[in-house]
Ligand binder design. Structure first.
Ligand code: SF4
Ligand code: ZN
Length: 206
């Protein structure tokens, strides 16, 4: 039995982050979509992204290892990823805020998303080369299909590659933007080399 009759809860509850949640009063089922219901997850996230207590909510779910539902704009796989890859200190709200912003950046700022993906997946190799974590085959991102080398080219040159992007260095796993070239660049290099040879030939003959 709840014997409480006083007014203190009003004061205590006023400081509870839940009371300031943008989902307050909404049907909570919206935040616990059926498995695989991407549309429902997106709808819940849209509300979370405008919520004033997003970080507090995310912290609560992370600290209590809550498995189901959308919390603080994070889906269950995204919280899993934070648990696996970021040793976040849940007592530090700013640290939680930073990690949530990092994980959600592609959704919150789609223009930056390919760059974020690049930063996330590449790592330095000895000799100034750059490796790619995980599968080096095609991957799909926001409906676009890339190979790591195509992404490298696109981010560095600011345009879509013409033809196949090939590695120009000797390190098989390298995706360094200066160590890849598309068909157009390879053709231009070939022409420049031929012109140089012709020039040298002319100089020798003279
Ligand atoms: S972040 Fe989302 S789930 Fe959490 S309180 Fe806000 S709207 Fe509700
Ligand atoms: Zn290289």
């Amino acid at each position: 039995m709840n014997a409480y009759t006083g007014s203190v809860p009003d004061t205590r509850r006023a400081s509870d982050w839940r009371d300031r949640g943008a989902c307050r009063g909404a049907d909570s089922d919206g935040w616990f979509p059926s498995p695989g219901d991407a549309v429902a997850v997106k709808d819940a996230k849209r509300v979370c992204f405008g919520c004033p207590v997003m970080a507090e909510c995310a912290r609560h779910a992370l600290a209590h290892n809550i498995r189901d539902g959308v919390w603080g704009g994070l889906s269950e796989p995204q919280r899993d990823r934070i648990h696996r890859r970021h040793a976040v200190d849940c007592t530090d709200l700013d640290a939680v805020r930073r990690v949530v912003a990092k994980v959600l950046r592609p959704e919150l700022n789609p223009i930056m998303s390919l760059r974020d993906l690049w930063d996330d997946r590449t790592y330095p190799l000895p000799g100034g080369h750059l490796g790619w974590r995980g599968n080096s085959g095609n991957f799909s991102f926001r409906g676009q299909v890339f190979t790591p080398k195509q992404l490298s080219f696109r981010l560095d040159r600011g345009r879509k590659a013409a033809g196949i992007v090939r590695r120009t260095c000797e390190v098989v796993e390298c995706v360094h933007p200066l160590h890849v070239a598309d068909g157009k660049e390879r053709a231009a290099r070939k022409r420049a080399a031929e012109a140089l040879l012709a020039e040298r030939g002319g100089a020798v003959a003279a």
